[in-house]
Design a protein around this ligand. Structure first.
Ligand SMILES: NC(=O)c1ccc[n+]([C@@H]2O[C@H](COP(=O)([O-])OP(=O)(O)OC[C@H]3O[C@@H](n4cnc5c(N)ncnc54)[C@H](O)[C@@H]3O)[C@@H](O)[C@H]2O)c1
Length: 320
């Protein structure tokens, strides 16, 4: 299933997700929800692109991966450039290389094949820039070494954030479902906790870099940190959860802004021919953009989510 939520600002961008679903209709729900989130992410990243998504709902039957990828590429090619795909859950740069044999509308092929490769580096850079913006907003002039961070998920993005925070001397509590990641905790001199206890661990900043849906009406009351800033997509189960966090005095930085580094860099490098340092400079624009949103939210007494949504609406209304 390919969903194009909006092409108002330009061709829709969004990754290709291949995973099992109990019912294919759940995959359809996902393609609609995730393509809408991509519209917001692309608009907030300042890109002239809309939001889209591909979901392949596996039902347990055997399949040939190359044949499946050729089918997906055929559908994308039929859309004639109105939708551009990239990696997501269940796909990676190598799969993008296979898709690219059949259609040019693909980002993040391996670098040796002419793409921009794994996007977790630029994504992590955008998260770093966001963490700095949030800390400066809440605690102006404070060094990161004086703050406590809880990091959930030590995968491609989270491990990079952990290295950076440890290098800055920050006090770290970390967790991952994979106990093998305790090695990283030891390297960073970080305290290891369980995923269940991570939300309530004493911290100034919570950094979710695992899966989505972490923050719900039921879990917000456990959040001990003063701010939540991380790469995980769809952190809130529902937009109303942003208001619950706000009411408790927890600053939640919209994930659609924070995690935009990957698409900003791949669009810059692959669609506009920018160099890696140029793309990096664009990614570092995420922090200042987030700071503007936080200032606007503070001045109007609204949630950062609402302030960011106002920017999306403005871009979609004016087409600029
Ligand atoms: N990689 C990117 O460029 C990118 C871009 C935008 C957004 N994101 C989002 O950022 C998040 C992290 O991405 P990634 O590429 O690092 O993924 P990843 O799969 O490499 O890492 C995720 C890590 O989280 C752990 N994990 C999963 N569920 C957990 C739980 N309940 N508690 C604790 N740990 C758990 C996994 O064991 C894994 O180590 C995802 O939500 C992803 O959608 C990633």
């Amino acid at each position: 299933m390919i969903g194009i939520d909006s092409a108002r600002l330009g061709p829709a961008l969004g990754g290709c997700r291949i995973k099992p679903y109990d019912r294919w209709q759940d995959g359809l729900d996902d393609v609609l929800r995730l393509s809408a989130a991509m519209t917001r992410k692309a608009a907030l990243a300042g890109l002239d692109h809309g939001g889209g998504k591909t979901v392949v709902a596996l039902d347990g039957s055997a399949f040939d991966r190359d044949d499946l990828l050729a089918d997906i590429a055929g559908l994308i090619e039929d859309l004639d450039g109105r939708y551009i795909t990239g990696p997501d859950i269940g796909t990676g740069p190598a799969d993008m290389g296979v898709l690219h044999r059949h259609t040019p509308h693909v980002l993040c092929r391996p670098e040796e094949e002419g793409g921009s490769g794994d996007s977790s580096g630029p994504t992590a850079l955008g998260v770093r820039s966001s963490i700095e913006a949030v800390c400066e907003h809440l605690w102006p002039g404070r060094d990161l070494a004086d703050l406590r961070f809880t990091l959930i998920g030590l995968g491609h993005v989270g491990a990079r954030i952990g290295h950076w925070l440890a290098g800055r001397g920050a006090r770290l509590t970390v967790t991952d479902l994979d106990p093998g990641r305790k090695t990283l905790a030891r390297q960073w001199n970080a305290t290891w906790t369980t995923p269940e206890r991570a939300l309530s661990a004493e911290a100034d900043v919570l950094v979710p870099c695992a899966t989505g849906g972490l923050l719900t009406a039921a879990t917000t009351s456990s959040v001990a940190a003063g701010a939540v800033v991380g790469a995980a997509n769809n952190q809130l189960d529902h937009d109303d959860t942003a208001q619950l966090l706000h009411a408790r005095g927890v600053l939640w930085a919209p994930d659609t802004v924070v995690s935009g580094g990957g698409i900003i860099a791949s669009v810059a490098r692959e669609l506009r021919g920018a160099s890696a340092p140029e793309a990096e400079r664009e990614v570092l624009g995420i922090g200042p953009r987030l700071a503007t949103i936080l200032d606007d939210a503070r001045a109007r007494g609204i949630t950062p989510l609402r302030a960011s949504q106002g920017l999306v609406d403005l871009r979609l209304r004016t087409g600029r």
